[in-house]
Design a protein around this ligand. Structure first.
Ligand code: BTN
Length: 269
């Protein structure tokens, strides 16, 4: 765990966040940091130290923000970087589609601040607006024997940003670029925690099944040609367990891992 630095002042307004928060438990316990390495690492340490489910760590910036598949997550001030501790009595096998449930909640919250937009879920862990990445989800879990002891749900959301590094310039977008003026991060965090609490309550009670139609309706590239795990075809939707279903003509391929990419320039199969 990294101690907050004293020289980077906090601009996150705790009172404004408290006024906006509508949840029963998520975010009622909040650890606010000016800067840290990774809120996911901090949340894991907090979970191991015994914090209750619903505890949130939010940082103004991260020195070593982590993304999926070992990638980094660019985390300058102006973005929203937080991690939530959850505790599930579930088997590890049931957990992968939780990322989709979180993506759905993030997409719904984004639309509160960008109501003219349709936020899309790029399987498995990205939220896109205008076909550019606006947010990413990193779910990590720890086991106690064969069961899950805790889950850390990390979300990075581009809120206020004028420019991205060159390698992201064509593929990333911030809420400020969509709406003109950036919404307050305190209100964005309160909104995301609200949608998360609702969607994760469903997930924990019934799994991803009841959420599947809402996720599928937002699935980026649905009906389009895609590539994943070296396989190509037309993206049909989701299987019961959240796997991607891809129509290859002679069969329907189901992908449970890998990186999904559009395949607009492919030759017919
Ligand atoms: C991805 O799109 O690859 C996932 C990005 C997840 C970034 C968030 S920011 C808050 C939390 N802390 C981290 O180090 N990562 C997640």
């Amino acid at each position: 765990m990294t101690a907050p630095t004293s020289f980077a002042p906090l601009s996150f307004d705790r009172a404004r966040f408290d006024r906006a928060l509508r949840t029963a438990s998520y975010g009622r316990s909040l650890d606010l940091r000016a800067e840290t390495d990774s809120t996911n690492d901090d949340a894991r340490a907090a979970a191991q130290a015994g914090v209750a489910a619903g505890h949130v760590i939010v940082a103004e910036s991260q020195r070593r923000g982590r993304g999926s598949q070992g990638r980094g997550w660019s985390s300058p001030r102006g973005g929203l970087y937080f991690s939530l501790v959850e505790r599930f009595a579930a088997s590890p096998a049931s957990l992968p589609p939780l990322t989709l449930a979180v993506g759905l909640a993030v997409a719904e919250a984004i639309e509160v601040f960008a109501p003219k937009e349709r936020a899309a879920i790029k399987w498995p862990n990205d939220v896109f607006v205008q076909r550019r990445k606006c947010a990413g989800v990193l779910v990590e879990s720890a086991l106690l024997g064969a069961r899950i002891s805790h889950v850390v749900i990390g979300v990075g959301l581009n809120v206020a940003r004028d420019a991205f590094p060159p390698e992201l310039a064509d593929t990333a977008i911030a809420l400020s670029q969509i709406t003109g003026a950036p919404p307050a991060r305190e209100e964005v965090l309160a909104a995301v925690l609200g949608t998360l609490e609702a969607r994760i309550a469903t997930f924990r009670a019934e799994g991803v099944g009841p959420l599947r139609p809402a996720i599928e309706a937002r699935l980026l590239y649905r009906g389009e040609r895609v590539r994943v795990q070296g396989e190509r075809g037309t993206l049909l939707g989701l299987a019961d367990d959240g796997a991607l279903r891809i129509d290859q003509g002679h069969r329907v391929y189901e992908a449970r891992s890998g990186s999904l990419e559009p395949d607009s320039k492919s030759e017919p199969i």
